[in-house]
Design a protein around this ligand. Structure first.
Ligand SMILES: NC(=O)C1=CN([C@@H]2O[C@H](COP(=O)(O)OP(=O)(O)OC[C@H]3O[C@@H](n4cnc5c(N)ncnc54)[C@H](O)[C@@H]3O)[C@@H](O)[C@H]2O)C=CC1
Ligand SMILES: O=C(O)C(=O)Cc1ccc(O)cc1
Length: 294
């Protein structure tokens, strides 16, 4: 296992990839960082801010120099990137990612990096925000946060432990899940709420009196909708990549809404009270635990 790495190639120098680079730099765990991106302006900012030391627009041109490649683009971009880097990768190089979905990333690794699977470590940092781009990259984003690894049967323990050690150097705690369980859990606690927030704000924005509604919206609206300010491409890709698990959660949510609709319509106050009581207790308990341990 390596405690530090020589050259890191980050494909997608945004909030997540940029914060990983900054975390490793601050911990003295990386020698040189090459940022790969499709937006020259974002790459220029990343260089200027010291998030990366060198930039490139074509991953194939720099992948051969990597000791570790982090894919931190929207998940819809990852297949093409894997294909592009597959021919030039050094045999020892580790390929990892930060995508919010794992079943699709594992399948893409199998499709594009078959001879290299021992060095593939799918991963998902459970930290972030509604901000994006290199200017959003920050030190300490992963401090006391979980990172979930979903290694393949073929992944060697050296690669897995190296990726784990690098995330730990950024302050994170490592967890492991099977990709299927990962995608089911995150459909429930991350992907569904983002879809709901986008849908709800879209609904309000289309009302004839939308401007008046927004005028009077306050903290409850702000708290429920913050994540509707997240990156649309990133969330489109997540919704499509995890569609089966997300559709299951949507069906359950729709049924729950229908029950509440019936309770409102029939004036079933016992039902409303029971639902609100249960939800409140669960939210209070979750928040206390999250504040203690992330
Ligand atoms: N935003 C969040 O809170 C979290 C995001 N993630 C995952 O991390 C990944 C990155 O998300 P963020 O950093 O938030 O997004 P971001 O939008 O801040 O950064 C992504 C960067 O990738 C670049 N990019 C897009 N296509 C590319 C391509 N083909 N080649 C090279 N660069 C490309 C974009 O120009 C952008 O600079 C996504 O897969 C997302 O699902 C995971 C955990 C949290
Ligand atoms: O904006 C927020 O608070 C988030 O929920 C951040 C987030 C977004 C995507 C992930 O896969 C993990 C964390």
């Amino acid at each position: 296992m390596q405690e530090s790495i020589g050259t890191l190639v980050v494909a997608g120098v945004g909030l997540i990839g940029g914060s990983f680079a900054l975390g490793l730099k601050r911990a003295g765990r990386v020698g040189h960082v090459i940022g790969v991106g499709r937006s020259p302006e974002n790459l220029r900012r990343a260089l200027e801010l010291g998030v990366v030391d060198e930039v490139a627009q074509d991953i194939a041109a720099v992948a051969g120099r990597a000791d570790l490649v982090l894919l931190a683009t929207p998940v819809g971009q990852m297949g093409a990137l894997m294909q592009a880097l597959s021919t030039t990768l050094a045999p020892h190089a580790i390929v990892t990612d930060a995508g919010s979905t794992k079943g699709d990333v594992v399948a893409l690794m199998r499709a594009h990096l078959a001879p290299h699977l021992a060095r593939c470590v799918p991963a998902h940092p459970i930290a972030g925000s509604d901000l994006s781009g290199a200017t959003a990259a920050q030190y300490g984003l992963y401090e006391n946060r979980k990172v979930v690894l979903t290694p393949l049967a073929e992944t060697d323990s050296d690669a897995c432990n190296t990726v784990g050690a690098l995330w730990q150097a950024c302050g994170a705690r490592i967890e492991r899940l099977a990709p299927l369980e990962h995608d089911a859990i995150f459909a429930a606690v991350s992907h569904l709420p983002h879809l709901l927030a986008f849908a709800y704000v879209d609904m309000i924005a289309r009302k004839p009196n939308a401007a008046r509604c927004f005028d009077f919206a306050a903290t409850g609206f702000r708290d429920f909708t913050r994540i509707a300010g997240s990156h649309p491409e990133m969330w489109r890709d997540i919704a499509l990549a995890n569609r089966e698990a997300l559709l299951d959660e949507l069906a359950t949510y729709r049924a729950t809404l229908e029950q509440l609709e019936a309770a409102v319509s029939t004036g079933d106050s016992a039902r409303l009270t029971e639902t609100f009581d249960t939800a409140r207790a669960a939210r209070v308990a979750w928040n206390q635990r999250f504040m203690r341990q992330g």
